[in-house]
Design a protein around this ligand. Structure first.
Ligand code: SF4
Length: 364
């Protein structure tokens, strides 16, 4: 009876409380959650686009592998002074952009470590050089943890960093580094990074400046199920605060912790135990708890084709990117890959129509 009441509330896109969301996560059958997630997906899209599933071609480029945060789930970073540290040069960017263009993509996803010496001046020059050489390339770059770090070492505000980087060429801000937006969890898995409030405050500023952002969740490590629901509610609150003319979070992307060779696994024995069923339930619950975020992306890179396809029937309406050169989750065990034909085939096989899109989620 209680679940029926919650289903009705969810279908009307009313905000469920943390207790209500947690109750559904623990008790509702997966088929019910999938049905509601799927209905909400349809409600969030115009009728003529109801059957479309978005995808994009972009290229991941890691700005630097030097990082002082030392997150316990990350195999990618190197401490300052390590023998194999690097910072990508302009020539290397040019080469990578050439390959991206040959494959039909026009977006660079630029992320990297929290380098102790790379501040606002460095990123401004980098973005303006890239835009000068490639005015048609979109820069989907950094993330709240990096913006927080740049503001800290450059002794300025989040707003100032975002304004100056946007002027230099930043197009949109990925929601990386969210992990679980609960400080109890962050203190263990990513204690060198910004706090949950700082992550959310960077996004608040970005939304005030009408910068397109996304939201993420890396789950299945040391958080509780209730903390996952709390994570949704925090994102939903920030989305509710955005100015009316702002896009806010255009999408939400959850992925399970990839454990292979990580400190979290080797030192503390934490394993990724997220089942396919749990991933699908998470997608559906994300739709239910965050009806004010329009798009939900299935992370096929980490969960594989089959679970990705099932997620499209549980509320996801996007399959993300074919992601040329992904270096963070793939070094921790995510080994799935698609080319442009395969991603479209996978979407069709699941019963949907593939729609090539840009970062603002406009179908092209
Ligand atoms: S996840 Fe990012 S911030 Fe954390 S250690 Fe890796 S590179 Fe650094």
């Amino acid at each position: 009876m209680y679940t029926e009441t919650l289903y009705k509330k969810a279908l009307k896109q009313e905000f469920l409380t943390i207790d209500e969301g947690f109750f559904l996560y623990e008790n509702a059958p997966t088929s019910d959650l999938m049905f509601i997630g799927n209905e909400l997906r349809k409600q969030n899209q115009p009728k003529e686009k109801e059957n479309k599933v978005g995808w994009i071609i972009d290229r991941n480029v890691n700005i630097t592998n030097v990082c002082i945060a030392q997150c316990e789930f990350c195999n990618f970073y190197r401490r300052p002074g390590a023998p194999d540290i690097y910072t990508t040069s302009l020539e290397e960017y040019n080469e990578k952009i050439k390959v991206l263009k040959e494959k039909g993509g026009n977006q660079l996803l630029m992320q990297g470590g929290l380098h102790p010496k790379l501040g606002l001046k460095y990123y401004k020059k980098l973005f303006s050089d890239l835009k000068k050489n490639h005015p048609d390339i979109k820069l989907h770059a950094l993330g709240p943890a990096e913006i927080h770090h740049i503001a800290r070492i450059s002794k300025t505000s989040y707003k100032d960093v975002l304004v100056q980087l946007t002027e230099a060429g930043l197009d949109s801000l990925p929601g990386a580094g969210a992990e679980i937006l609960i400080d109890r969890v962050r203190k263990t898995v990513s204690r060198g990074k910004c706090t949950a409030k700082q992550w959310l405050d960077v996004m608040r500023e970005a939304h005030k400046l009408n910068i397109v952002t996304s939201a993420t969740m890396m789950f299945g490590h040391i958080e509780t199920n209730r903390e996952r629901i709390e994570h949704f509610v925090k994102l939903r609150e920030v989305q509710s605060e955005k100015p009316e003319n702002s896009e806010g979070f255009t999408t939400f992307i959850p992925w399970p912790f990839q454990d292979e060779g990580t400190e979290l696994n080797e030192k503390s024995g934490v394993k990724n135990q997220t089942s396919g069923d749990e991933y699908v339930r998470t997608i559906a619950l994300a739709r239910i708890m965050m009806p004010n975020i329009k798009n939900m992306q299935a992370s096929w890179l980490t969960v594989g084709k089959k679970i990705g396809q099932l997620s499209l029937h549980a509320g996801a309406n996007d399959f993300g990117s074919i992601m040329i050169e992904e270096n963070v989750v793939s070094v921790a065990g995510a080994d799935h890959s698609f080319n442009a034909e395969q991603i479209q085939e996978a979407i069709k096989e699941a019963g949907f129509e593939p729609a090539f899109r840009n970062q603002a989620y406009e179908y092209l």
